[in-house]
Design a binder for this molecule. Structure first.
Ligand SMILES: [Zn+2]
Length: 119
């Protein structure tokens, strides 16, 4: 399946915005749900860090998101970006659908208190 039409929408996005979307995906701030996809159209929803859900769709030559950012400014908002990136990642096999294993960095040093009683 070709996702060139998705790529077309994210090529002219500023690096900062792109970076934020990538980080949001990586650290779990954004949750992306894919509802439907075919060769020319993908549709789903993105849940923000604040728990709000936005319906998004990306097609050949059009974009749509339910958020105010997109509604007023007609820019590729963070939801659309996160959505687009996620689809591309899954498509490329960059992201596996398994939870990442985190290195355990917790060092629980043993705290031992010795009470010395000298009688
Ligand atoms: Zn949006």
């Amino acid at each position: 399946m070709s996702h060139d039409f998705i790529l077309k929408h994210i090529v002219d996005v500023s690096p900062e915005r792109l970076q934020r979307a990538v980080c949001g995906l990586a650290d779990g701030t954004y949750h992306v749900y894919l509802a439907q996809q075919d060769n020319e159209h993908v549709r789903g929803s993105v849940i923000n860090g604040d728990g709000k859900e936005y319906a998004v769709s990306i097609g050949n030559g059009f974009l749509s998101c339910a958020c105010a950012d997109f509604g007023y400014r007609k820019v590729t908002c963070k939801h659309l970006l996160a959505f687009a990136l996620r689809i591309l990642q899954v498509e490329e096999g960059v992201v596996e659908e398994e939870p990442e294993e985190r290195p355990v960095n917790l060092k629980l040093g043993k705290v031992r208190k010795t009470w010395q009683t000298t009688v």
